[in-house]
Design a protein around this ligand. Structure first.
Ligand SMILES: Nc1ncnc2c1ncn2[C@@H]1O[C@H](COP(=O)(O)OP(=O)(O)OP(=O)(O)O)[C@@H](O)[C@H]1O
Ligand SMILES: [Mg+2]
Length: 386
């Protein structure tokens, strides 16, 4: 019998928790929307309790060029879930290139030399150490997996498939509450060749179009298929190819990094909360120094420290910067950096505070959501679940 109640449901709606999670990722990561969406989808599935039983919550493989944000996304997930970007167990596969080094991860069996001395990295306690009352998921990162030894591969295959691991002393580790991330820059050289005839990390926005992006995705996937066995690839839920960052993304990353410096100043133990503003010319200079073809945005932080944080620290330490000041940073006509107090009692003039970024992130997230409604989802490359 047909009931009178027929209500159309909206499967594109996300819960508040998942929405906030996604917004937090957008505040921290620029230009890698596909990665953010995939992680947010998996998190929503976890919140709904629908992730597969007896497997990790999600197995994600991130491919793409150096300095494009692969590791940054994982840190952003840790920050979003636990308020600490280091709240994850990170396994640097380059450190486990010899089979015997696996003991550092899982410990040696009883009776073996060093059995008592080795403290395995991958214990249940290590994985659960950041759990809170409300969030019982762990983050496990295998960085540069192409460098893993055969024995690490065997271990990884077991973890990805069954979500369990047996330590050297026979204790079992349950990884079914784990988000597992793997990164690799396999194929990055070939990808670089596709952009600007060898200029891998793109500064000239106009030169990358969607076809190049598609080709780059294809190239990375091919490189992964050549290197990794089908049994490994079949255990991955999502493969995301990170794109070369455009100038607009670099500008956004610079603003994020400057925002972090502003936060540091406002929270600093020295108790001199002041506000700084950089001119466009200073920003261009930081971008030119901190980003390059080979290492992406990897050196941006260092350029900011050297050009901005050190001089600002001197101003604080010598009492020239005072609480509430607004300090403008620019170049003079001779090309020398200038630091000028433009106003006093300027707080709460806070140009780089996260609230601003948060508004932008919310707007972006809402726009993407409405774009998804009615258009259906585009299946991701290598996407097993969707
Ligand atoms: N998409 C991005 N959004 C925000 N910050 C980024 C992004 N890409 C790079 N960065 C900045 O550059 C630094 C290096 O990036 P990251 O470590 O994520 O590179 P990666 O892709 O993991 O490179 P590799 O393959 O060499 O490990 C980050 O700490 C961050 O400051
Ligand atoms: Mg990395």
């Amino acid at each position: 019998m047909k009931s009178g109640l027929c209500l159309a449901l909206d499967p594109t709606l996300r819960s508040n928790d998942a929405e906030q999670f996604e917004q937090s990722l957008r505040r921290q990561v620029a230009g890698q929307d596909e990665a953010i969406e995939k992680v947010a989808e998996i998190y929503q599935m976890f919140l709904a309790g629908l992730n597969p039983v007896g497997r990790p919550v999600g197995n994600l493989l991130f491919l793409g060029p150096t300095g494009s944000g692969k590791t940054r996304v994982v840190e952003a997930v840790a920050e979003a879930l636990f308020g600490d970007s280091h709240a994850c167990v990170k396994i640097d596969c380059a450190e486990f290139q010899h089979s015997h080094e696996i003991a550092k991860l899982i410990g040696s069996p009883p009776g073996y030399l060093g059995h008592r001395e080795t403290h395995p990295l991958l214990t249940q306690e290590a994985l659960n150490q950041w759990h809170t009352e409300t969030c019982k998921v762990s983050i496990l990162l295998f960085d540069e997996i192409e460098k893993a030894s055969d024995s690490l591969w065997q271990l990884l295959l077991g973890i990805l498939d069954k979500g369990t691991l047996t330590l050297g002393d026979n204790r079992r580790v349950d990884l079914s509450q784990c988000l597992i991330f793997m990164t690799s820059n396999l194929g990055a050289n070939e990808m670089n060749g596709l952009v600007d005839g060898g200029m891998g990390f793109n500064r000239k926005v106009a030169t990358i179009d969607t076809r190049v992006d598609e080709k780059m995705g294809h190239t990375a996937m091919e490189a992964a298929r050549r290197k990794f066995s089908p049994e490994f690839m079949n255990r991955i839920d999502k493969i995301v190819v990170f794109r070369s960052l455009r100038h607009e993304h670099l500008e956004k990353i610079l603003d994020m990094e400057l925002g972090q410096v502003q936060q540091r100043i406002l929270k600093s133990a020295a108790g001199v909360p002041f506000v700084f503003q950089c001119s466009q010319r200073i920003k261009e200079h930081l971008l030119a120094e901190g980003t390059d073809a080979k290492y992406g945005a990897r050196h941006l932080k260092r350029a900011i420290e050297r050009n901005l944080v050190f001089p600002l620290a001197n101003l604080v330490a010598t009492g020239q910067a005072r609480p509430g000041d607004l300090i403008k940073v620019d170049f003079d006509d001779a090309g020398k950096m200038t630091f000028v107090r433009e106003a006093e009692n300027a707080l709460p003039v806070t140009p780089y505070l996260p609230e601003k970024a948060s508004e932008a992130a919310m707007a972006q997230s809402a726009a993407m959501r409405s774009a998804r409604v009615g258009t259906g989802r585009v299946p991701a490359t290598g996407d097993r679940r969707s």
